[in-house]
Design a binder for this molecule. Structure first.
Ligand code: MN3
Length: 207
């Protein structure tokens, strides 16, 4: 069975004006599709790998044959990261999207960062500083929240961690609208974060 590209869970224009429809078309239909195609090509001769969930592939990279491990790490990461990323965002103006966090994650943010503004500033600064292409991540480890960034498509799943919140800082995620202004994109992005989804992921990460 081959990996497939799931449709976006909302309209391409649903994140306007913060993320434009043209960016979403390129990002989902071209970039995400390419990761799916390249992952399928990488595992074409390995039906046991093609049958796995992509998250499980990333959790078990050490078991992937060495000759395709880098291709699976890069393209499997590209598939899984975007699967999670689309769902982490929601249509502007819908319930629990944008604004202040709600639920258990709101309490944990206050506990570990003092307040939401400090948390956002820390996440944005960490992610803005990621050299070149990569992702910013919120994790829950050793009983508290932790913010990191990774290069390329490297997923925290490969470190045994389940990411709670993530933002894509590859230029393809923002260049059409924000050009080189990554910090402006990062600041605007909070308006489309789906806090209900963040809480679901937080529940999984806490176990
Ligand atoms: Mn991307």
């Amino acid at each position: 069975m081959a990996f497939e590209l799931a449709p976006l869970p909302y309209d391409y224009a649903a994140l306007e004006p913060y993320i434009d429809a043209e960016t979403m078309h390129f990002h989902h239909d071209k970039h995400h599709q390419t990761y799916v195609n390249n992952l399928n090509a990488a595992v074409a001769n390995h039906p046991e790998l093609a049958a796995m969930a992509v998250d499980d592939l990333l959790r078990n990279l050490a078991k992937v044959p060495e000759d395709i491990r880098t291709a699976v790490r890069n393209n499997g990461g590209g598939v899984a990261n975007h699967n999670a990323f689309w769902r982490l965002m929601g249509p502007v103006g819908s319930a629990n999207v944008g604004g202040a966090p709600i639920g258990p994650i709101a309490d944990q943010i206050v506990k570990d960062f003092g307040d939401f503004e400090t948390f956002k500033k820390t996440f944005n600064e960490t992610t803005a500083k990621q050299f070149g292409s990569g992702w910013g991540w919120l994790l829950f480890t050793e009983g508290k929240l932790k913010i990191i960034s990774t290069g390329n498509q490297d997923s925290p799943l490969s470190q045994g961690l389940y990411p709670i919140l993530m933002n894509d800082v590859w230029e393809h995620a923002y260049y059409l609208k924000y050009q080189n202004r990554r910090p402006d994109y990062l600041a605007a992005w909070w308006n489309v974060v789906n806090w209900a989804e963040v809480n679901q992921r937080f529940a999984v990460a806490r176990g």
